[in-house]
Design a protein around this ligand. Structure first.
Ligand code: DSN
Length: 437
């Protein structure tokens, strides 16, 4: 009787998702199809490789572990210790770091761990204004950073819409922050981390470089690396770096001796609990992939694709914030087109093009409406979209956002979106059968 019951339970445990939970199975399949059928232009999106996906969905999710390799609070860690050490070694090699912590669950958690390391409640932070390209975890008032710390914000120059380092220095002298944050979610230009460090040194502040959006470009040496300038470097890993949805903290040789142990304790037990070993394994795979020549080729193509779409849109009379781009994203100011970011997002979604409405520097719209949209090419470049395809996409964007598109125009655009997606099949071809040896 007891044996039969145990067998039944084991059988249930080994039954597939489609049988156990058809509702969830169906929704995953629909999302799968959505990813295949739409042109994904959200700048923080990407498609992981089959190998990264396999590691993310591996049996490592079963392993409980707290602490760090060789210093765990549970036994049975002989293999996962090796795995975490491997991931750490790869992160250090790829970014030229002296220390790497691969445990943060997300980029935001990584930032919170840095704050816990150097700040006390009420201390002053100087970060980039959210509506000028900054991030929620850099001090937004509705984020825990805004509640715990005294947050001040620098903005882009009103004329150039780029960072103006002299103005940031003047503001830093005024604010006297304990921590300056360099990094953004919607800034299309190169960030000068060395200059940021000079500013930090001049006012006696620590410097955090949050490279969430550009870490893939840094890995491919297509954007300056902050590792020898910033006291702390944080990143999420799912954007240009093309890894799992997770985070990472890096320290250079100059700051590791002072902060390595403190960051370890801030991540665990300070901010987080047990390690997500499946995510760490996936990050190890991501880092190996990012060391390959094909990754650098991919990042160069991403930059080229962004440049092409930016130039085409400018020729089509769209205004780009700062006039263009140096990285994987552009910000389109739609105020002169008589359409809001929200309306543009919805119109483009209706034809199968996925973007996000985005606040613009000095925006007159509310955050729920926004004056523009953000467009990034990381995901479609992974899918194999070429510069030629970028000309097509710019044409499609123009057709939808310039003037009032007719139902026939929208239908034609939708058909063209489908054609482009069929030309570059992704999900099935990457996650289907695959090579296993
Ligand atoms: N930080 C948000 C973005 O840039 O889209 C989500 O990762």
């Amino acid at each position: 009787m007891v044996i039969a019951q145990s067998k039944r339970l084991r059988q249930k445990h080994s039954t597939g998702l489609n049988v156990v939970d058809p509702e969830v199975y169906d929704l995953i399949n629909r999302e799968h199809q959505r990813q295949e059928d739409k042109i994904e232009l959200i700048a923080s999106a990407n498609f992981v490789s089959r190998a990264v996906l396999e590691a993310t969905g591996s049996i490592l999710t079963n392993k409980v572990a707290e602490g760090y390799p060789g210093r765990r609070y549970f036994s049975g860690c002989e293999y996962i210790d090796k795995l975490e050490n491997l991931a750490i070694a790869r992160a250090k090699e790829l970014f030229g770091a002296a220390y790497a912590n691969l445990e943060p669950y997300t980029g935001s958690q990584a930032n919170h761990a840095v704050y816990l390391t150097v700040l006390k409640p009420g201390d002053r932070i100087l970060g980039m204004d959210l509506s000028h390209g900054g991030h929620l975890s850099h001090g937004a008032k509705f984020n825990m950073t805004g509640k715990n710390y005294d947050c001040h914000f620098y903005q882009v120059d009103p004329d150039t819409e780029r960072l103006n380092y002299d103005r940031i220095l003047a503001q830093a002298k005024d604010v006297r922050p304990k921590l300056i944050i360099a990094g953004a979610s919607a800034y299309p230009r190169t960030i000068d981390f060395q200059r940021f460090r000079e500013i930090a040194d001049e006012v006696g502040a620590y410097l955090l470089a949050d490279v969430a959006h550009i870490s893939g470009l840094i890995a491919a040496e297509l954007h300056p690396n902050p590792i020898n300038h910033a006291h702390f470097v944080t990143t999420s890993t799912q954007k240009t770096l093309r890894g799992p949805r997770s985070g990472m903290i890096l320290l250079g040789e100059h700051s590791a001796p002072e902060f390595a142990r403190k960051i370890d304790s801030a991540v665990f037990p300070g901010v987080q609990g047990a390690v997500h070993m499946h995510a760490i394994a996936a990050k190890a795979v991501m880092l190996k992939e990012a060391m390959s020549p094909s990754f650098a080729t991919y990042q160069r193509q991403t930059l080229e694709n962004t440049r092409v779409i930016a130039e085409d849109l400018v020729k089509k009379d769209f205004r780009l914030v700062s006039g263009g781009t140096d990285n994987h994203l552009i910000l389109l100011d739609l105020s002169e087109k008589g359409i809001t970011g929200k309306e543009a997002e919805e119109l483009l979604a209706s034809v199968g093009i996925t973007v996000n409405k985005n606040m613009l520097p000095y925006d007159s719209q509310k955050p729920s409406v926004c004056g523009g949209i953000r467009i990034g090419t990381s995901a479609i470049t992974t899918r194999g979209f070429t510069s030629e395809d970028m000309h097509c996409i710019a044409d499609l964007i123009e057709k939808v956002l310039s003037g009032k598109p007719t139902a026939i125009t929208l239908k034609t655009v939708q058909e063209e979106v489908s054609r482009l997606c069929r030309l570059h099949p992704h999900i099935d071809s990457i996650y289907g059968e695959g090579e296993t040896n």
